[in-house]
Design a protein around this ligand. Sequence first.
Ligand code: GDP
Ligand code: ZN
Length: 366
Amino acid sequence: MDADLTLDVLGWDARWREVWAHHKAGDDHVPARVVLESQHIYRVHTGEAELLARVTGRVRHKLGSREAFPAVGDWIALRPAGQGEEMGRIVDVLPRRGRFVRKAAGTASEAQVVAANVDVVFLVSGLDHDFNVRRIERYLLAAHEGGAAPVVVLNKADLSRDIAQVRAELGPVAGRVPVELVSARSGQGIDALRAHIGLGRTAAFLGSSGVGKSTLINRLIGTEVQRTAEVRESDSKGRHTTTHRELVVLPGGGLLIDTPGMRELQLWDVTTGLDDAFEDITALSAGCRFRDCTHDTEPECAVKLAVAEGRLSADRHGNYLRLRKEVRSKPVEEADIKAAAERAREARVASKALKKLYASGLKGQG
Ligand code: GDP
Ligand code: ZN
């Protein structure tokens, strides 16, 4: 990310300006976007420069829960570092348009935001052995819950034999959600993904390990990057150094968030997206006799009536019933176990990155 970006390139727009005006931040406060968070030290971009910032005690108290703390993708109010201060202060977090949350096992209060203000989320499957329409369905719920527009991405098109059958299976699940057939290997369909991101829009990826997210991200960024994005830039002596970031500006515009937490997002973190993903059923349910109708065995159910009269597909009704059951029972999937095994590795990468960030950031601001 170059030092002289404007805020608009980072995703700042008329709606954020309005929020900012209503927030009545102090005269010395400026808006900035979080590009990396590690152990309560933040790297934030103001559109003019990348700076280090922290949350001070008073603000920590005001924010309260862990979920309210700044996360990658958040817009914050920054009080830049004064004379003799190492870091700026984050004095506020602007209300999020959406966020992806990871819930620590067993404790609802320990929810952690792994990406904020994502506009579009690519739900990636591999067309090799990984393709599983049920999993895509649940990623759709996650997208809705995260407040991002979903795009179904079928990767490894170069390996696939029967696209027609895949599309037929997807039909009732995806509905009007766009489906893109791509190959990270050959480059097929990458421009179509780019078109979904667009200038100032923020994208993220969801999908099991091994489906090709890193390879796709490399394609979009256009250079070889690590699993968590690293960007080459010149230091004051003109040497190339590598800086770790989790929110990056793509060449040609648009932004990408790639955080370890987002990669680890478990499908059982999805709880309330069901109604959004099945808006048609939610709308119909207003006509059910019982307010808490489950559209399963109850009499005078408007949803079942719609199926009987051909206004709602029986497949879609069936999907809804099964999915609701699955979301409640929260089964463990093999991909989730794999992801958990990667956690230790990710933690090592993050702490190494923090040390690097500290060194380069302090130099930059001093
Ligand atoms: P991630 O775990 O989702 O980040 O997946 P990776 O990007 O690490 O990819 C997993 C494996 O799939 C790697 O060996 C990639 O080279 C391979 N791969 C990724 N995209 C494609 C593709 O479009 N076609 C083929 N044939 N292989 C791919
Ligand atoms: Zn009903």
